[in-house]
Write a protein that binds this ligand. Structure first.
Ligand code: C5P
Length: 239
């Protein structure tokens, strides 16, 4: 599998924050949340590369559970099968090429409403975040539930229309075709499910920095995020 296809990436090199090597127990966590298609995945990758942190796309963990149930031909509300699949999720083996299919994303948002599935996956995500030198995690509940003590919390959003337009451009760039109205309806349905569920709904943490990328290219979002992070690091290194 190509490194870029892996949903979880561990960085062997220690991150250098401030003067000298950080102690081996030093971790730094960047939590990125937001709705589907807001650009958090790209931003997370850029930040993990820049700060040399581990990287976990937590959406892939829910997708892996959904994919397993689809493969077995089981309904997505089969709680015990979903729990078993969640226990079997191996963060080192999340295959983006298989899991990124549109139908898997839809199915993931259905298994993501099962509280026990969330608990099993959140535990794995927290373990990942704890390993030095720290990590960038992106998802829906990172700043609120998975890593409430994250050093930096970003909430990345964009209007549903902009997100649908980006999704369409992405599909067309790889030679596919799709209907804009259908994509928009899908995005709105997914937002509703993610924001409306009882357990860990998508919402900005009280201390999250908001980044609206509707009118902002990803490079500008990256620079804005870097400014926020560098500022926090400077304060931390002074303390
Ligand atoms: O981010 P991605 O589109 O891959 O996520 C798929 C689905 O997984 C989301 O729509 C959401 O329902 C669920 N998810 C979640 N919590 C996370 C990450 C993803 O509930 N931390």
């Amino acid at each position: 599998m190509l490194a870029g296809q892996r949903g979880a990436r561990r960085n062997a090199a220690p991150a250098l924050f401030g003067k000298g090597d950080p102690p081996m127990t030093y971790t730094f966590t960047i939590a990125i949340d937001g709705p589907a298609g807001a650009g958090k995945g790209t931003l997370a990758r850029r930040l993990a590369d820049h700060y040399r942190l581990n990287l976990l796309d937590t959406g892939l963990t829910y997708r892996a559970v959904a994919h397993k149930l689809l493969e077995l031909g089981l309904p997505l509300d089969n709680v015990s099968a979903a729990e078993t699949a969640a226990h079997q999720v191996d963060l080192a083996k999340l295959d983006r090429a298989v899991l990124s299919a549109h139908a898997v994303g839809e199915a993931a948002s259905k298994v993501a409403v099962i509280p026990t599935v969330r608990r099993i996956l959140v535990e794995k995500q927290r373990d990942f975040a704890k390993a030095p030198p720290g990590a960038v995690l992106d998802g829906r509940d990172i700043g609120t539930v998975v890593c409430p003590d994250a050093d930096i919390k970003l909430y990345v959003t964009a209007s549903a229309e902009v997100r649908a337009r980006r999704r369409l451009a992405e599909i067309e760039s790889i030679g596919g075709s799709a209907d804009f109205a259908e994509i928009l309806a899908d995005i709105q349905r997914r937002d509703e499910r993610d924001m409306g569920r009882a357990d860990s709904p998508l919402k900005p943490a009280a201390d999250a920095h908001l980044l609206d990328t509707s009118e902002m290219a990803i490079e500008a979002a990256f620079l804005a995020a870097m400014a926020i992070i560098d500022d926090a690091l400077a304060k931390r290194n002074k303390a």
